[in-house]
Design a protein around this ligand. Structure first.
Ligand SMILES: Nc1ncnc2c1ncn2[C@@H]1O[C@H](COP(=O)(O)OP(=O)(O)OP(=O)(O)O)[C@@H](O)[C@H]1O
Length: 756
């Protein structure tokens, strides 16, 4: 049987190779527009004729195919595609597959959700099939993806399309431990992984061999080729054969020759199927923007969710801490729709489970940008960007999580007045993003800051989270590279205090910014999700300024949350009234066991800050107790007065406690820091002492007198203690060592006491 099947495969491979060679499109050509006679029955008939002709030795040009079964593909692949319901090809598939199947390098760009994955998965499977690849041949294809989740998703597509083939493969992600992966990686034919994980295998897996690699794929190629992955990609390229096929795909493609040179494409086909399109985003996507002051964002998000309880909503926030905080707070406030959250700090299995749940149900998923690219979840109704994306490209990827493959979708972005430059960028002709600006109606906005404050009082652990959310948000703005959009100095001091207050925080948290790139920790980068921190040492100026109250401006017909009448301009497919579904009755805000009615209004008195932040760093620097320069923002935080706290007794009391706790924490931190410095100093001293002792011992060893030899017995023992504590001599000497250790411990203890 196996022999028979091999022979059958052999015949098919010969036929496919001749067909591919005889009917290949000319380099640089695009497929003609689909013929008018494209009814399903006719197309099926045509496909049958094409295949029969090929079998009879008449090979048709397949560059004009519109259906998968008209392409020179193996029966196994065609069967799997049919079983998955794939018949007609999408534009990018029509344009890219003919070139990729005949072995050309491809640089493909097409809108989000347009089917790019199949455009590279099919050539991968077919190439290995025609090469008669088997397990013993090792790694034949590497598909690089920027995230583990996306790698998992791509692997699923490979598995489904290749299910009748005999290849092995897998997503090399964090799920399995690296040790287990090391054992099996050389027997996998198709690897789907992040650049980082692959480099780890090059570094750590003995005999990891990619010398037979046939095909390299970069999904989300522009991201994989950016600075963040540069060193890893360079290592990968240096470890794989130069002669190979390379496929690069993304919705926002890199055109940088330098970038492309790094992956050494050979006469690549540049395929950008939507280059002439009027929009860079899917046609079925309705996009809106709202200018929302920082301190109103949470209220706005809450109000939006409350009015879309029957929708599947994906919410993007800029940091892990914010995602956690908003998720936890909203969970306590119970909007009346299931809530989920997702970020890079979660285990891979948990992420997978959340994705699966979100795919199935109507719910709200709060996420960092881990979810922004590539992930394919069916029927997302809304993408809401609470925090501004770092670039127009990221905006396109985020909104692309909805309106996928001919489905409809809507998106909404909140931009602070200070970030209006981003709106200009989105609206610029070259961005090709049809976005409508809407103004919310202030009287209909639900104000939840008192409720949030009450939740913080009841759940003190959320106070810390709130503080971290505040800090990471500001950090994320500070660390962004595009200073035209992200500039902390444009925010007024009052708006930070108001923002802290909107998060339920009694005081504006103290912040100290790092001023040099090298000082930005990896954890910060992960927390914030900032990929590239291009900023140099720079001045942060916080200019107290009169805030334009955007919400007070009650424009006509432009209320996205609660429109009076539909705006015909914004009505792309059926009107905003469908988007802005009326509030579902009986789903009012209710907090977990809290008595919200106990809380009174919490007016935030705007205190005029006395510090002048206009001056650049260097002309006016403040220092803390330890002599460190304090960032202007940190000083700003200190200026927040007691009048900024909530008036209600209970909350006041709690806040007073919190303040005390924070001061205590500060004190403890300082003491701890001092202690650890002294401990380090002490350890260093002891090490030096030990080394000197050893040197003295060594010198004694070299002397030859009888008496010296006696002394040597013990000094040798001492040396042996450090190397080998098993033998008797060593054991004896270990006592000496123990003594030393005891003395060290005692000294450390004393030191500790001194600083308490
Ligand atoms: N020819 C096709 N017929 C029907 N559905 C298809 C076809 N090709 C792809 N799809 C479906 O379209 C959806 C989007 O495809 P895919 O994830 O490949 O898009 P993409 O272009 O890679 O998007 P992104 O840029 O966001 O990564 C998937 O659910 C996929 O199953």
């Amino acid at each position: 049987m196996a022999k028979q099947s091999r022979a059958k495969d052999g015949d098919e491979i010969r036929l496919l190779e001749t067909w591919i060679d005889a009917g290949k499109p000319l380099p640089g050509t695009k497929p003609p527009p689909p013929s008018e006679d494209s009814s399903a029955a006719n197309a099926r008939g045509r496909a049958r004729v094409v295949v029969a002709k090929a079998a009879a030795g008449e090979y048709s040009d397949y560059g004009a195919s519109t259906r998968f079964d008209e392409l020179p593909l193996s029966t196994k692949t065609k069967d799997a595609l049919r079983q998955q319901g794939y018949k007609e090809m999408s534009e990018i598939q029509r344009a890219a597959l003919p070139h990729a199947l005949c072995g050309r390098d491809v640089l493909g760009a097409a809108k989000t959700g347009s089917g790019k994955t199949l455009a590279f998965v099919i050539p991968v499977i077919e190439k290995l099939y025609r090469e008669k690849w088997s397990q013993e041949d090792g790694v034949g294809c590497i598909i690089l993806s920027p995230t583990n989740d996306l790698a998992g998703q791509i692997w699923e597509v490979v598995r489904k399309v290749g299910k009748h083939h005999n290849f092995s493969g897998g997503a090399i992600v964090k799920r399995t431990g690296i040790e287990q992966e090391k054992e099996r990686i050389n027997s996998l034919n198709i690897l789907v992984c992040t650049p980082g994980r692959l480099v780890q295998h090059f570094d750590e897996t003995p005999n990891f061999d990619c010398s037979n690699l046939q095909i390299l794929v970069l999904d989300e190629a522009d991201q994989i080729l950016d600075q963040n992955f540069k060193s890893q990609v360079d290592i990968i390229i240096s470890q794989i054969p130069k002669v190979r096929q390379t496929l690069l795909f993304s919705a926002t493609q890199t055109k940088s020759v330098k970038d492309l040179a790094r992956v050494s494409l050979k006469n690549p086909e540049y395929i950008s199927v939507h280059e002439q399109a009027i929009t860079a985003t899917p046609d079925n996507l309705e996009q809106c923007a709202m200018i929302v002051p920082l301190e109103q964002k949470l209220n706005m998000l809450w109000s939006f969710i409350k009015r879309h309880l029957k929708s599947k909503i994906l919410v993007f926030l800029s940091s892990v801490k914010q995602v956690k905080f908003v998720y936890e707070i909203f969970k306590k406030l119970r909007p009346g729709i299931p809530l989920k959250c997702m970020h890079g700090r979660m285990k891979y299995e948990v992420q997978q489970a959340i994705v699966a749940e979100f795919s199935e149900s109507t719910s709200v998923l709060f996420s960092t940008d881990i979810f922004a690219r590539g992930l394919d979840i069916g029927n997302v109704d809304w993408v809401v960007q609470v925090d501004c994306p770092e670039s127009v490209a990221l905006y396109i990827h985020r909104v692309g999580r909805t309106a996928r493959y001919n489905k409809k979708g809507k998106s909404l972005i909140f931009l602070c007045p200070e970030e209006e430059r981003m709106l200009e960028k989105l609206k610029a002709t070259e961005s090709k993003i049809p976005i409508n600006v809407r103004k919310p109606k202030v009287e209909q906005l639900e104000q939840i800051s008192q409720n949030v404050a009450a939740v913080l009082v009841k759940f003190p652990n959320l106070q810390q989270l709130g503080k971290r959310a505040f800090v990471t948000y500001l950090k994320s703005v500070y660390l962004q590279g595009d200073k035209e959009v992200f500039d902390l100095s444009r925010f007024s001091a009052e708006s930070f205090a108001a923002y802290a207050s909107s998060l339920g925080l009694p005081v504006t948290p103290k912040i100290r910014f790092v001023s040099h790139k090298k000082n930005v920790s990896k954890k910060d980068m992960e927390d914030i999700g900032v990929k590239q921190m291009k900023h140099k040492a720079e001045v942060i100026e916080i200019k107290p300024q009169v805030k334009r109250d955007m919400l007070a401006d009650d424009g006509p017909d432009d209320d996205i949350l609660y429109p009076k009448k539909p705006n015909p301009d914004a009505n792309i497919y059926g009107g905003l009234d469908e988007i802005l579904s009326p509030k579902v009755p009986g789903a009012d805000t209710h907090m977990e066991a809290e008595k919200i009615e106990e809380l009174v209004a919490r007016p935030l008195k705007k205190k005029k800050l006395k510090i002048n932040m206009h001056r650049p760093v260097g002309t006016r620097v403040k220092y803390d107790d330890e002599g460190n320069a304090i960032d202007p923002l940190a000083s700003l935080a200190e200026e927040v007065g007691p009048e900024d706290v909530i008036h209600k007794d209970k909350i006041l009391q709690r806040y007073a406690e919190m303040l005390r706790e924070m001061q205590e924490d500060d004190k403890e931190d300082k003491a701890q820091h001092k202690k650890s410095l002294q401990e380090k100093k002490f350890e260093k001293k002891m090490k030096l002492k030990r080394r000197r002792q050893e040197e003295t011992d060594a010198v004694s060893d070299d002397s030859g007198s009888e008496s010296d030899r006696n002394t040597n017995t013990s000094s040798k023992g001492k040396k042996k203690y450090f190397n080998n504590s098993d033998d008797d001599e060593g054991g004896h000497a270990a006592k000496g060592g123990d003594l030393l250790a005891q003395q060290e411990a005692l000294a450390l203890k004393l030191l500790g006491k001194m600083h308490h």
